[in-house]
Design a protein around this ligand. Structure first.
Ligand code: ASP
Ligand code: MG
Length: 406
């Protein structure tokens, strides 16, 4: 007998017909003598419509009450699945986040899980119940409902799996698993059978939307085996697990493309101690996170400084930078063309050299100019013009042989 946590995303519970299909799967696992905890998202589109509704009620809806509202999306699906399972003669019980023992901090809309105690669920499992939990939510120390950020049901599921020491946390979604790159851009993209937490984390940060970033951090920290798979077929998906020796033999496991960044350049900044601090401190104070930074020193005592921020933060970042530029005596602030960040990711980079050279040569062969470069232990990213993004992804995918490996 295994203990399985199964999480179903919005498209998998989009209507009663789909929730009935979820019930079929849950029922099958239960009939095979497994203990099953189901974690659900809201029906697809519901969270967005609830946000829109709140914005009709007030221009800036109170964040505490917004969380109360948003949590109802998951409350609805959890109750519906429990109703269906019971009507089929199964013992089932629904749990809201706080009933499942999920305690969070007080950051409305983006709360972090501080503690989780699944004793209620464990007792019900031992009594032979199928437990259905509303994802995406918890409660703070005062009992106020909180939500865990968009895509947060993934994190609910991983947290519950870790607390119950489940054998596996299955994330059922509308894709077959994690791919070597976006199949919509590159038709030879392949499903990855097994990927390490570290690689998955880089992929999630770079915009592969299959898993919420926090859920991967959580899984990595508590060593929860995660199986990302489709709720529309029976095929095996992608296992996200601890790194193992065989993984390092694959030098590059995935290529990502992030179109969500924008670039700001300060021309001719005085080359003196303290200038970078003057530029980046106000951005940090405004909670704008800066991704890549490059500085070119030239003779003559000044330097050009370029950095990237997300498109969401761009307007605010530009306003702040223009103000600081005047204070530090920079010549001008320029905002470059639309950019894309293409990255190659792989554990094998730790032990193999030449990955950067292969990447640069591949881009050069298509005449794609590299504007910025950044690296981590298992990733190399290049900023290029957005119009070359798809070509770059396809070129890199074949340069690293990703279309061939079975
Ligand atoms: N319903 C929430 C969202 O749309 C949480 C989730 O689906 O994981 O972001
Ligand atoms: Mg999701």
């Amino acid at each position: 007998m295994a203990l399985r946590v199964q999480k179903y995303g919005g498209t998998s519970v989009a209507n009663i017909e789909r929730i009935n299909c979820v019930a079929d799967r849950v029922q099958k696992a239960f009939d095979e003598k497994d203990q099953v905890v189901v974690v659900l998202s809201a029906m697809s589109g519901v969270t967005d419509s609830l946000i829109a509704l709140a914005k009709q009620a007030a221009e800036r809806p109170d964040r505490r009450e917004l969380d109360v509202l948003l949590a109802t999306g998951e409350q609805t699906t959890a109750a519906l699945l429990a109703i269906i399972l019971k009507s089929r003669g199964y013992k089932a019980k629904s749990f809201l986040g706080f009933q499942a023992g999920i305690k969070t901090d007080k950051t409305s809309g983006k709360a972090r899980i501080l503690d989780i105690n699944c004793k209620n669920i464990q007792t019900s499992l031992d009594e032979g119940y199928i437990c259905v939990v509303a994802g995406f939510q918890g409660a703070d120390e005062d009992g106020a409902i909180t939500t865990l950020g968009r895509g947060g049901s993934d994190t609910s599921a991983v947290a519950i799996a870790s607390s119950l020491k489940a054998d596996v946390c299955e994330i059922f979604t509308d894709v077959d698993g994690v791919y070597t790159t976006d199949p919509r851009i590159c038709s030879s993209a392949r499903k990855i059978k097994k990927i390490s937490y570290e690689e998955m984390l880089e992929m999630a940060i770079l915009g592969a939307k299959v898993l919420q970033i926090r859920s991967v951090e959580f899984a990595k920290k508590y060593n929860v085996p995660v199986h990302v798979r489709s709720s529309f077929n029976e095929e095996e998906g992608t296992m996200v697990v601890n790194e193992s020796a065989d993984m390092e033999s694959v030098i590059v496991s995935g290529i990502t493309c992030d179109m969500n960044e924008a670039r700001i350049t300060l021309k001719r900044v005085p080359d003196q101690p303290g200038i970078s601090a003057k530029i980046f401190s106000p951005l940090a104070k405004a909670e704008i996170s800066v991704d890549m930074i490059i500085q070119n020193t030239r003779t003559g005592g000044d330097t050009d400084l370029t950095f990237t921020v997300t498109k969401d933060d761009f307007d605010r970042a530009l306003e702040i930078t223009e103000k600081v530029a005047k204070e530090v005596g920079a010549e001008e602030v320029i905002t470059a063309e639309e950019i894309a960040k293409v990255s190659v990711i792989g554990l094998g980079m730790k032990s193999h050299s030449g990955v950067a050279a292969t990447m640069f040569e591949a881009l050069a062969s298509e005449n794609i100019n590299i504007r910025m470069i950044s690296t981590s232990e298992i990733r190399i990213s290049c900023v290029i013009l957005a119009k070359y993004a798809e070509l770059a992804v396809r070129t890199l995918h074949s340069a690293f042989g990703l279309d061939q490996i079975k």
